[in-house]
Design a protein around this ligand. Sequence first.
Ligand code: C2O
Ligand code: CU
Length: 491
Amino acid sequence: MTINKAQTGKLILVFTIVATTLNCKKTIDNSGSGSTTTTDKTYNTLWIPPVLTGTTFNLTLGSSTKQLRTGNVTATYGYNGNSFWGPTLIMNKGDNVQINVTNSLADQTTVHWHGFHIPAIMDGGPHQIISAGATWSPNFQVKNNAATFWYHPHLHLKTQEQLTKGAGGFIIVKDPMESALALPRTYGTDDIPLVLTSRRYNTDNSFDLTTTYGDYMLTNGTANAEISLPKQFVRFRILNAEVERAYNLGFSDNRTFYVISNDGGLLNAPVPVTRVKLAVGERVEILVNLGSDAVGSNLDMKAFNTGQIFGFPGAEPASSGNFGSLLNNIDFSLLHINVVAPTENPITALPAALANNVYWTNADVTNSRTITITGGQAGSAFTFDNNTYGFTTINQNIKLNSVEKWTIVNNNIFGHSFHIHDVQFKIISRSSGSVAAYESGWKDVVYIPLGESVSVIAKYDDFSSGVNPYMYHCHFSNHEDGGLMGQFLVE
Ligand code: C2O
Ligand code: CU
């Protein structure tokens, strides 16, 4: 790691990552069910995005290429010269930040600050278009709590294509409360960002830009990713940045791990789990204890996607075609972990308590509304309340400072991943039963299985506008591009 003084005078941490390809034979468990198969497998070192810090952030989206498989390189997008994805922006709660986003593509784009509570005109939704060659410079105060957020294109009709090519990046917000806790937070060492995606390749190794499911896993844009991690508590900040696929996360030995944060911040206390479902757009921060693992041993973080009920994205049995893939309805590795010696000041214990969140309840609600997922029959696009997305249509009008309960009704064909801009909400109920403890914190995306209605409560405060809307939508980018998106004004 080198520390450079940038032209602007601010310090930029430049992490120099040596992307080594390891060509070694290993014995791995491919089955996920206990029986061991011996296989030759080539792992590649997990790419860790470089970091930008300070209060002025410069991002440039451009075309690139990446060697992802044997043969041709793959045409990709990345920010700041990265061949896939972009730098991790580290921000402090309370800071006033300015971001200069330059578009060096030949196409339009936008950049949305997913999960941020900011004015609609700074939000980077479909309306804040950045023309080819132009620079957009939003500024805002960081009001969110410490958590893992992300930025990504939100250009209507092109979101799937631009995301698939690799445009996106993490934002890590820090605040004094999180910083006071004894948690792993050495970026790239015991605090690891993981963006989960999969891709399908055309015969020339270009990405299939229209498919629902990829056939090959890319973790941080790395195929067959592995990492060396110290023998102690390690934190992962995991983002599902897929088109549709959900992940039923766990470890190859079924060990217990601990959810410490949801989309918008820390839970009140760690929640022990052996599996977590992570739908598109959702983030989860977990702690896993490698303290009892032998140095030199290994394990895998895996998707246990076998046997999910219909409507779970990626449970479809076909291995090809638009709704099939080689990764559907199987268990597969997301990250191969080699356990190495502990660091100097390792985290060796789990904090008992994390935060003192007081969540919204039904008693706080000042207005309720219901949004129903419709359409989708016989190849037609999904819609909300029978309306497809309209660029100039306002679908919901919300009074500033109201506490609203939204019930999303999904009795229609498939599961979806529902996202609301501007707010962090509390999942208050699921019609199928209870809300899992691991999703009991502040959320901006909620998975809605087929046949469920889910209610969420949020306060719409601070920012109002009679002209600039916020979005709500399914975070499956193909559904969003297809019209499963609506707009609301807060005034
Ligand atoms: Cu992650 Cu409307 O977006
Ligand atoms: Cu959807």
